[in-house]
Design a protein around this ligand. Structure first.
Ligand SMILES: Cc1cc2nc3c(=O)[nH]c(=O)nc-3n(C[C@H](O)[C@H](O)[C@H](O)COP(=O)(O)O)c2cc1C
Length: 471
């Protein structure tokens, strides 16, 4: 499989093409230091076998924030150095921190904009990034990723809604000025061989925002300035965030937030046209920098198809690897059937918004980490499944399965008309019912349910039931 072929980026060789993109955990305190929970989370990702683990966004400056890691001073290095060494020991992958600069926001709804920054404040930003990147080298990280996506400072400079009237706004070249200064300063701080990645939006997904047409040029300019890989995200902006009284704006509540973390209603691979457009432009310009695609990519078939089509060089999976950090090693062993599969309920996102520990909806209630089990005994059950239709929806009910370690959840599979079965959702125990509201009259729907345990062992399938919606 192409997914398990290595890839070299300057001094860093990734053993495979799977990336854990940065995902804030809210496990750190506001002090910004690595603690045991953070350590457990990332050791688990490393052990799962991803080729590259990007540690969650950590601040390059001292501004106050909610719970967030920091790389803004030498005092933060010891914990990060230990974590990095532990991850190198336990897994085959490489490790880079994502480093971020953000502007101020207040509970009143006020937020600082790029137009509010003085030239002196702007000039301090490349220095802060360079100092944090140099700490990244000293911590033993294999590279560093610069956060230029979503609602944060560098992304807001790149934005078409950057309204500065000086050399840092207006034309695309001027919007790129600060991001390019950051790249140049970071390169000077880390030397020629150290990999520098950038994460930025392939599309802002807001009214008046840039699209892939400008993202291609942004990627080209950043690579020419010294960047070694580009990781393509989407949206996640303040401009369309939904205000909530007494709460600071959360940039993932509007349409652009949906585009950043596409939920259940979005098709698989929803954003793949962004890395595809950027990569094809870069290659036509003779630029070989690897491109990371992310956004509802969740099966080996889809990942392989994206790599095979040349739409990306690396596959990012955030929520799927939160649901099951062992996805890489299970798939490499040919056991995708043992993967606990994300159902895109976006409970992780909702928890992030509330500054609560980011956990997966599918994990056992109250867990801070994904379960870790090597058990091989699958759940047992009588396979009974009943379907009824009422008020235009199909309701399923099944009898509970049993397992030596405990049943963990159920996958729901559906076939529409004569089509093949697709997994449409997952339900954690103890629930044994499911309501399908995405149904229309005139088609027959077939369903089966399958139980899984903590290790992802699947039970036999339930009997298949058929339902028709009448009104
Ligand atoms: C809880 C949570 C926290 C996130 N934190 C970050 C972050 O710190 N930096 C970043 O670039 N993206 C962040 N993201 C976005 C993800 O990296 C990823 O782009 C997004 O979830 C879509 O990928 P997926 O469909 O594989 O989950 C976060 C996503 C989630 C769900």
């Amino acid at each position: 499989m192409k997914l398990f072929q290595p890839l070299t980026i300057r001094s860093m060789t990734l053993p495979n093409r799977l990336v854990v993109p940065a995902m804030v955990t809210r496990l750190s305190g506001e002090d910004g230091f690595v603690n045991n929970d953070i350590r457990d989370r990332y050791m688990r990702f490393a052990k799962g076998g991803a080729g590259l683990v990007v540690l969650e966004a950590m601040a390059v400056h001292g501004s106050r924030s909610g719970p967030l890691l920091r790389l803004s001073g030498d005092e933060f290095m010891a914990g990060l150095r230990d974590l990095c060494a532990g991850m190198h020991d336990i897994g085959p992958g490489r490790v880079v921190p994502q480093i971020i600069h953000f502007l101020k926001i207040a509970r009143s709804g006020w937020r600082q904009k790029v137009e509010d920054l003085s030239i002196a404040e702007i000039h301090a930003i490349p220095h802060a990034y360079a100092a944090a990147a140099e700490r990244s080298v000293r911590c033993g990280f294999d590279g560093v990723e610069l956060h230029m996506a979503h609602a944060y400072t560098l992304s807001s400079f790149l934005s078409r809604l950057n309204r500065r009237r000086d050399d840092y706004g207006g034309t695309l070249e001027r919007r790129l000025r600060l991001p390019v200064e950051v790249v140049v300063a970071v390169r000077a701080a880390v030397g020629d061989q150290y990999p520098i990645g950038v994460r930025f939006d392939g599309e802002e997904c807001i009214k008046g925002g840039y699209t892939v047409a400008e993202a291609q040029l942004i990627a080209y300019r950043l690579v020419r300035a010294g960047v070694d890989y580009v990781s393509i995200s989407a949206g996640g902006k303040f401009e369309d965030a939904v205000p909530r009284a007494g709460e600071p704006l959360y940039p993932y509540t509007g349409y652009s937030g949906d585009r950043c973390m596409p939920g259940k209603s979005w098709p698989d691979g929803a954003n793949r046209y962004l890395p595809a457009g950027i990569k094809s432009f870069l290659r036509k310009q003779g630029v070989a920098a690897p491109v990371i695609a992310t956004g509802k990519i969740n099966t080996p078939e889809l990942a392989e198809e994206i790599l095979g089509a040349g739409d990306a060089d690396l596959i990012g999976m955030a929520r799927p690897l939160l649901a099951d950090p062992d996805w890489p090693r299970k798939v490499q062993a040919g056991r995708f059937d043992k993967v606990i599969r994300c159902c895109y309920a976006n409970v992780c996102k909702a928890r992030d918004e509330r500054f609560q520990t980011v956990a997966c909806f599918l994990w056992p209630k109250g867990s801070k980490q994904a379960p870790d089990s090597e058990d091989i005994v699958p759940p047992q059950w009588d396979r009974q499944l009943a379907a009824s239709t009422q008020q235009g929806r199909v309701s399923l009910k099944w009898s509970a399965a049993t397992d030596n370690e405990g049943v963990y959840g159920y996958d729901i599979w559906r076939a529409v008309g004569g089509e093949k079965f697709e997994r449409i959702d997952a339900i954690p125990v103890p629930v044994t019912t499911y309501h399908d509201t995405a149904t229309i009259k005139g088609l027959a729907y077939r369903y089966f349910v399958q139980a899984y345990d903590l290790a992802g062992n699947r039970s036999e399938r339930s009997f298949v039931v058929e339902a028709r919606v009448e009104s």
